[in-house]
Design a protein around this ligand. Structure first.
Ligand SMILES: NC(=O)c1ccc[n+]([C@@H]2O[C@H](COP(=O)([O-])OP(=O)(O)OC[C@H]3O[C@@H](n4cnc5c(N)ncnc54)[C@H](O)[C@@H]3O)[C@@H](O)[C@H]2O)c1
Length: 320
């Protein structure tokens, strides 16, 4: 039995679907919070609930008592912990909330991993831990990086705590440093999705740093394959941290062009010189370590991935 936290979230949903397709039993936990459209979370959940191997409980991981009571009699082999408060900008606006969600909840799930003696504990980290480095591509073993947002710091704290738990309690831990994951049923707060919402509603979009931001956009199916390969990996070390990125840094304006070409409508663009507090100008992952450990090579490029996203978006909004 695999425990997936944040199963009604974007990555948790796609991962759970894939595990269920492989006939693996999944226990899913999610608080179904209202950070973004609850309707979308419930839609994902209703798809998961169609499978009889899926067991769901609405629990807030910050409540250790509820979490522990629910899991008390359940046998869990592995935990994939994806529940968190994502988003750099919201962490600047509401740091206390991000820290409670990403640190308090994390300690509780680590304690569950310890008490259940799970075989493996995989958890979501982020490219945000790299901060504004000048060294590209981002390398896992580079110790010079410092997060520049509360969100990035919360994820780096997760890595440090996992490292201690791995060492002290011999839990095999793997930190997954995700890079701008996108795709169907994705997150409405992220640029690729909110830009398209604005296009549909005839609203302008603002591009920061005069449109010169760059991102390592990683398609959801590639991410899920990476997670599953790591879940099955025979790990010698107690703690491993890996970039789960495409290994290519695309221009934000390439994303904008692909969205408008696939949607067949032009954006009204407002260019701002500003760089929002906490935002990194460029993300770019070194994927050598992922290749070495799991022979993982992302397959979907931005052009294909955005087409799949826009196709889904049109159906979702009843657009022909
Ligand atoms: N999507 C990306 O591009 C990206 C990039 C880097 C890191 N990450 C990390 O990957 C993970 C998954 O991201 P996502 O894009 O699927 O986000 P998401 O917001 O879609 O999913 C997270 C889910 O966790 C749930 N949740 C939050 N706090 C909870 C709590 N205390 N108890 C129970 N459930 C709770 C939310 O309701 C949500 O459904 C997160 O940890 C995120 O920080 C994502």
């Amino acid at each position: 039995m695999i425990l997936v936290t944040g199963c009604a979230g974007f990555i948790g949903f796609h991962l759970s679907i894939k595990l269920l397709k492989k006939n693996i039993k999944v226990i899913g936990i999610d608080s179904l919070n209202d950070y973004y459209s609850k309707k979308l979370k419930l839609k994902r959940l209703s798809i998961l609930k169609k499978n009889s191997n899926f067991y769901f409980s609405k629990i807030d991981l910050k409540n250790y008592y509820n979490l522990n009571s629910f899991l008390k009699k359940k046998k869990i082999d592995k935990i994939i912990h994806l529940a968190a408060q994502p988003g750099v900008r919201v962490s600047v606006k509401k740091p206390f909330n991000t820290l409670k969600q990403n640190i308090n909840a994390f300690i509780n799930i680590l304690e569950i991993a310890r008490s259940k003696k799970v075989k493996k504990f995989l958890y979501a980290s982020s490219s945000s831990i790299y901060g504004e480095t000048k060294i590209y591509p981002f390398n896992e073993d580079d110790k010079e990086n410092e997060p520049i947002s509360v969100y990035g710091s919360s994820k780096l704290t997760n890595e440090i705590l996992s490292s201690s738990y791995a060492r002290n309690f011999k839990i095999k831990c793997i930190g997954l440093r995700f890079f701008t994951v996108y795709g169907p049923l994705g997150r409405p707060d992220m640029a690729y999705y909110s830009f398209l919402d604005n296009l549909r509603k005839n609203k302008p979009i603002t591009v920061f740093n005069k449109g010169l931001m760059k991102r390592d956009f990683t398609y959801i199916d590639d991410v899920v394959t990476g997670i599953i390969n790591l879940m099955n990996l025979k790990l010698k070390e107690n703690h491993l941290v890996l970039n789960i990125g495409k290994g290519k840094s695309d221009n934000l304006m390439d994303l904008v062009n692909l969205l408008q070409n696939n949607y067949n409508k032009k954006f009204k663009i407002l260019y701002s010189k500003k760089i929002p507090i906490g935002d990194i100008k460029k993300t770019f992952s070194n994927t050598k370590k992922a290749k070495k450990f799991i022979n993982w090579k992302p397959k979907v490029n931005l052009k294909e991935g955005i087409k799949k996203f826009v196709d889904w978006y049109k159906i979702h909004h009843g657009i022909k």
